[in-house]
Ligand binder design. Structure first.
Ligand SMILES: [Zn+2]
Length: 136
């Protein structure tokens, strides 16, 4: 019996194998985040909100999604690298991985076994959980 033969399912979908490196990284990351209330300051909160906007809105939505995946607009190459670097700071994977998985998502929105983050598997799967599993 192999580990992959006993994979759990989610709403009937046989989950791919877990990425133990990602589980460890996200686990440590969130355990450390539990210490945040003991180090609170208003300036740190401001930095958090700014970095959240920068990495999520500019890095992922503008850079990874609209620019690199869908080629919705063009920018000079140096700005493309800057946006890709900001996207990488969001810790959702490198630009090649993100673009490839997002193109699979759009190509297979009706086939949850081929869609890396099928919305039909729920909010948590489509926004977070897909990142801790290995896809071919
Ligand atoms: Zn898209």
């Amino acid at each position: 019996m192999t580990l992959s033969s006993v994979r759990p399912t989610l709403k009937g979908f046989k989950l791919p194998p877990l990425s133990l490196g990602h589980v460890f990284f996200f686990g440590v990351y969130h355990i450390l985040a539990l210490t945040a209330p003991f180090h609170f300051s208003w300036s740190a909160l401001g930095v958090l909100l700014f970095l959240h906007w920068l990495t999520a809105s500019i890095g992922i939505c503008l850079g990874y999604h609209r620019l690199l995946t869908h080629r919705s607009f063009q920018v000079p190459k140096w700005l493309e690298y800057v946006l890709a670097t900001i996207g990488a700071l969001a810790v959702e994977g490198g630009p090649v991985f993100w673009v490839a998985s997002h193109r699979l998502h759009h190509a297979h929105t009706e086939e949850e076994e081929k869609d890396p983050y099928a919305a039909s598997l729920g909010f948590w799967w489509s926004h977070l959980l897909w990142m801790i599993f290995l896809f071919e």
